[in-house]
Design a protein around this ligand. Structure first.
Ligand code: 6R9
Length: 613
């Protein structure tokens, strides 16, 4: 274990009440080396050179993640090890993954999937999920993972917005979430069910097919005709991730094959991954982290990815860290807070000496959690910041660099970030045609990024105007508020909008409001994020009822159940009945005011309120 050196130089951070940075001697020389030197010398072209590419300038994520290793020196290295509760562990080497993703790509092509078509999974973390993700990319189609905890409504909406052609799921999700709305999904041609049994068990129809049957036929077809990975252009769509905005429908962030350059470079520099490293990412691929860093990034590095389909369980997690000899661990603040709650003693019951690097993403990482890492793992937790839209890590505390507890870290070499002055609406504003970059180390503004990094999203599917609005005066606006200190460390302040972050997952208030509005008793809904010690925020809904309806405990419970059934994991945990909701003069529910009241904070500028209570 490295020696702990506390740099007690309070002045360096330029922040008030800031904790001293923690500098550790790393257990091995970090791949990023000296950040300041990297920052000057690194180029994306250099990172592109670490990959192989395909003839004629083509680039396919699956080639870089799988085939390059499966047909090379790492053929026999385990690519993914799948853990599951009450089921035996299975694993695939890079060679096996290369071959089986070929079969999956052929299967999809035989089902009629063509370049650019969208293929979805609604599955727990399993071999079929990984095969579908990578097989889809090999076939030149676009992979779109759905979060398995979603209820029927979010699933339906995303399948519809995505114009999804093929869905791979299990029989339970199919029966509960897809079959009932199948007639509202005209683009969905085939559903492949992974646990439907083999041929003969269940009738395969053109619309619902058994995974085993499809794969068996594809394997024969592969033997007859062979398969060649589709030579996708670097700017050709590869991934579709739905993310939540503050108004309207979920946004489908589109990423292209070139994103792999950033997945790879950040997996190296920020996660410190090299071939054969044992690496565990606890995120589900339905959240961008589980795709960029549960599948693509680590595989491009030739690491061994450990994945677990079970829900959080502190003892199980420590056992996995110990038994799998995990070296690099990427997780989220909510999970760390849940581990913290069980006490550092529990951590000490396990041998965690294989751990070399612990990394976090998704929500603000409390300084306490960073320091707790020192006690529990002998390592400070390294925070990283990024978004669905950025596709890959943008800001990070890098291994070997002093960690500032509470700071998100420094920008990735090759990325320029700025903190922009805000206008009256709380967002970065244009004055005389330009935005103003703040250089005061205490000033809070909207975090923005200069376009040009390879994993930048290239579209919101079907919404070019919404996409264009995300860019102002040569900057991509993130919607987050931050501060940049004098040493180049970024500090998260909050969000500039109403989007809710619960247990690391973004939840759009509009989506929740719309679903509750479908209940016959409900007249109007306003949804906020209410601070919660474990989840960061939970969803709370304020509801007014229709004229003839009377609030009651049983109706409240009914609405909670209604929400859960419709929405699954994004449903409100708390519901309160109100006589009136505050509105703007233009008729929008003022979530900001509902939140201020809930928190007992000053109500702020009420000039636009239509009916102050
Ligand atoms: C990868 C991911 C993005 C939003 C982002 C911000 C919040 C992410 C954070 C963080 C504070 C961090 N966020 N990392 N806030 N500190 N280290 O989370 O993508 O689901 O799109 O969420 O999450 O608000 O804008 P996504």
């Amino acid at each position: 274990m490295g020696e702990v050196v506390l740099e007690r130089d309070e002045g360096a951070g330029g922040g008030e009440g800031q904790r001293p940075p923690i500098a550790l001697t790393p257990r091995r020389a970090p791949l990023i080396g000296d950040w300041a030197v990297r920052r000057r010398t690194f180029t994306w072209r250099q990172a592109r050179g670490w990959l192989e590419g395909l003839p004629g300038g083509a680039l396919n994520i699956a080639h870089e993640a799988v085939d390059r290793h499966g047909r090379g020196d790492l053929a026999d290295v385990v690519a993914v090890r799948f853990l599951a509760r009450n089921e035996p562990t299975t694993e695939l080497t890079y060679a096996e993954l290369a071959r089986q993703t070929d079969v999956t790509a052929v299967a999809l092509q035989d089902l009629g999937v063509r370049r650019g078509d969208r293929v979805c999974t609604l599955l727990p973390r399993s071999p079929e999920l990984y095969l579908t993700a990578l097989g889809t990319l090999k076939a030149g189609a676009v992979y779109c993972p759905l979060f398995p905890a979603f209820g029927m409504e979010p699933v339906r909406q995303r399948l519809e917005l995505g114009g999804v052609r093929v869905l791979v799921t299990d029989s339970e999700s199919y029966a509960n979430k897809v079959a009932p709305v199948r007639d509202r999904l005209p683009d969905l041609q085939t559903v492949v069910v992974v646990d439907a049994g083999g041929a003969g068990d269940e009738p395969s129809t053109a619309e619902v097919m058994a995974w085993e049957t499809v794969m068996q036929e594809a394997s024969e077809s592969l033997q007859r005709n062979g398969f060649e990975i589709v030579s996708t252009r670097p700017d050709e769509p590869a991934l579709l991730h739905f993310t939540s905005g503050t108004t309207g429908r979920p946004k489908g962030a589109v990423h292209v094959h070139e994103a792999v350059v950033a997945h790879h470079a950040t997996a190296r520099f920020s996660l410190d991954l090299s071939p054969g490293d044992l690496y565990w990412c606890t995120a589900d691929p339905g959240w961008v982290t589980g795709t960029s860093y549960g599948i693509i990034g680590p595989l491009t590095c030739g690491a061994t990815v450990i994945t677990d389909s079970a829900d959080f369980d502190a003892k199980r997690w420590y056992s996995i860290l110990q038994d799998e000899k995990v070296e690099v661990f990427y997780t989220a603040p909510t999970a760390l807070r849940m581990l913290m709650r069980r006490g550092v003693e529990m951590a000490h019951d396990y041998d965690l000496s294989s751990l070399r690097h612990v990394v976090s993403v998704g929500e603000p990482l409390n300084p306490e959690a960073v320091l707790w890492g020192l006690e529990a793992f002998g390592l400070p937790v390294h925070d990283t910041w990024w978004q669905t839209e950025t596709g890959a890590i943008i800001v990070s505390n890098y291994p070997g660099m002093p960690v500032r507890p509470g700071s998100m870290g420094r920008p990735m070499p090759g990325v320029e970030v700025g903190v922009l002055e805000r206008g009256a609406d709380g967002r970065a504003g244009v004055v005389d045609g330009h935005v103003h970059v703040l250089d005061d180390p205490h000033a809070v503004g909207e975090l923005a990024i200069r376009p040009g990094w390879p994993s930048m999203f290239r579209d919101y599917l079907g919404e070019p105007e919404r996409y264009a609005k995300a860019f102002v005066d040569g900057w991509y606006l993130t919607g987050d508020l931050a501060r940049l200190d004098g040493d180049g460390y970024l500090w998260f302040v909050g969000r500039a909008d109403d989007v809710i972050k619960s247990a690391g997952h973004l939840i759009g208030p509009f989506e929740v409001e719309s679903a509750l509005m479908e209940h016959p008793a409900v007249a109007e809904v306003g949804v906020i994020g209410k601070p919660d010690p474990l989840a960061g925020e939970i969803v709370k809904a304020f509801v007014t009822l229709k004229a003839d309806m009377v609030p009651s405990e049983s109706l409240r419970r009914e609405l909670i159940t209604f929400g859960r059934k419709r929405l699954g994991s994004v449903a409100p945990r708390e519901i309160a009945f109100e006589e009136h909701l505050p509105h703007t003069r233009s008729g929008k529910v003022m979530r900001r005011l509902l939140k201020a009241r809930e928190l007992g904070l000053p109500e702020g500028d009420l000039s636009t309120v239509e009916r102050p209570a």
